[in-house]
Design a protein around this ligand. Structure first.
Ligand code: GLC
Length: 510
């Protein structure tokens, strides 16, 4: 029965077929397996025809790590680099595309001429000196908020290494960067060990495109757009140097920085493309004036890169962002939350303020909004990777610390409804009610974004007869009944004792 219900489920979600197939296969009889294989084949064809989004990795170790990662729910993303010194958007201001967040993001009053501007930007290396760098303080603030993993920009698109790469001098540890004389100048190493000490999982953000490397933006030619600026077909040996450079740097990160749990690769335009894809992109350029001027196949040998990385870091979760395939172990919707639950591992990355990197006087989202987003994401089966950009001195904005504390206060009472949970059969009811449940299905959690005057009526969650209901933070049993398919729960008068922002009812079946 179990097998067939899952098979039915996979029909609804063809992409999910792959994730579940191994489980079913192990538990089935020979005849059932024949049926299953035929069914899967149909599913594969169907899914291919639909344009798949998620391609699971069949390795049981990776699957297990993803399960564990899905238990963590809440992580911290940090964008930090020399751009923080100017307090502008990360990297993009040197990208010669006429984009609002690129040209508009340029530091004012530096230079009108692109090449002078680029020179001044790259020269930030000679002044970047974050003397208040104190990753223990960040880790402790993130821990207070209930975060369980961190993803840090070891290298963003501008190519500046926040780690001690021996393959470039464009790095924080180079002698021409004032911070290099600081004992903690290899900030990636320091950040990873500070967070590891607080039991965080460690994620290395690494940009595949590198706008400083001659192997990507060859100085022989002016850069054209975000892409590699020369013809890879014409100069394959130059591209090979770039592939080697990238593999070497990833290898450094995987070898010299302790245990790494997640390799978060950004810059999805660096990827292998078929001729048909390139043709389609080209016609888009001409018909819709899209940004891609140079849409060539940028094959970085992901298979080799991941194999090498996992030989150093067994079980490494790899996120080759926005590149459909087996090297994208989870999907990463950016700055938005999907409308509904998704049947594969995913994570929303979102800024706490408006920019990924530190910009002075940025406006931070209020705590209730951040908590509602966390709940909304978790109810839909996702993780929340919340970004804060440290400032040029190495400090976070005091508002960011305040938000982390407020989220932590909420988590102190309610984190049991977040960690280790999974989607309930429906993610919620209307705009203001969300659900999660424990993995064994014996406990459900009802999240209320507004505190109701006295009673709450629900149609999508009917507790079993012997269930007991509590508001988290209170040990008083709640009165409840089911009438005409509606659950009616009576709540006590609103009180600070059992929290604020979002209230949670625990439905426990013994
Ligand atoms: C966007 C930004 C990029 C940033 C990323 C983080 O793609 O353009 O700079 O690193 O989001 O998710």
């Amino acid at each position: 029965m179990y097998n067939y219900s899952l098979i039915f489920f996979t029909k609804l979600f063809p992409n999910y077929i792959y994730t579940q197939s191994l489980d079913i296969y192990m538990k089935s009889t020979f005849f059932q397996n024949i049926v299953l294989l035929l069914y899967l084949l149909t599913g594969v064809c169907y899914a291919n025809a639909q344009g798949k989004e998620y391609f699971p990795d069949y390795d049981p170790v990776i699957r297990q790590r993803l399960e564990e990662w899905q238990d963590l729910k809440f992580g911290l993303l940090m964008h930090w680099g020399t751009y923080s010194h100017w307090g502008i958007v990360e990297s993009w201001s040197i990208c010669p595309e006429d984009l609002s967040w690129a040209t508009g993001a340029r530091k004012k009053g530096v230079a009108d001429n692109y090449f002078d501007y680029l020179k001044a930007y790259e020269n930030l290396k000679s002044t970047f000196n974050p003397l208040h760098f104190n990753p223990e303080k960040w880790a402790s603030a993130a821990k207070t908020a209930g975060m369980k993993y961190v993803v840090f920009t070891t290298k963003h698109h501008d190519g500046f290494c926040m780690f001690d790469s021996k393959y470039t001098t464009y790095k924080i540890t180079d002698k021409d960067c004032p911070f290099s004389s600081n004992a903690r100048s290899n900030v990636t190493k320091e950040i990873f060990s500070a967070f590891r000490k607080e039991n965080f999982w460690i994620g290395a953000y690494f940009s595949k495109p590198d706008w400083h490397s001659d192997f990507y933006w060859w100085k022989k030619f002016p850069p054209a757009d975000r892409n590699c600026n020369y013809s890879i077909r014409k100069y394959p040996e130059q591209w090979q140097k770039f592939v080697d450079y990238t593999h070497h740097q990833v290898d450094e990160l995987m070898s010299d920085y302790g245990k790494i749990d997640i390799l978060w690769l950004d810059g999805g335009w660096v990827r292998k493309k078929t001729d048909d894809e390139i043709k389609a992109e080209l016609s888009d350029v001409y018909e819709n004036s899209r940004w891609t001027r140079n849409p060539q196949s940028q094959d970085i040998d992901m298979a080799g890169l991941v194999k090498e990385a996992r030989s150093k870091q067994p079980g490494l979760i790899v996120v080759d962002r926005a590149v459909p395939g087996v090297y994208q172990n989870y999907l990463t919707p950016e700055q938005h939350i999907p409308d509904t639950g998704l049947p594969y591992p995913w994570e929303t990355c979102m800024t706490m303020a408006t920019s990924w990197s530190y910009v002075p006087n940025d406006v931070y989202k209020p705590a209730d909004e951040l908590i509602e987003k966390l709940v909304d994401i978790v109810s839909k089966g996702g993780n929340f990777l919340l970004n804060i950009g440290p400032g040029p001195d190495g400090e976070l904005d005091s508002v960011a610390y305040a938000r982390l504390r407020e989220i932590g206060d909420w988590m102190k009472i309610n984190s049991g409804s977040i960690y280790n949970t999974r989607m309930y059969s429906v993610f919620g009811e209307g705009e203001k009610v969300r659900f999660t449940q424990s993995k064994d299905g014996k406990t459900q959690y009802i999240f209320l974004f507004d505190y109701p005057p006295k009673t709450i009526r629900l149609k999508n969650l009917i507790p079993p007869k012997n269930a007991t209901l509590h508001l988290m933070g209170s040990n008083k049993k709640l009165k409840w009944k089911v009438m005409n398919g509606t659950t009616e729960i009576t709540l006590p008068a609103k009180s600070e004792n059992y929290g604020k922002y979002v209230w949670v009812i625990r439905v426990k079946t013994t």
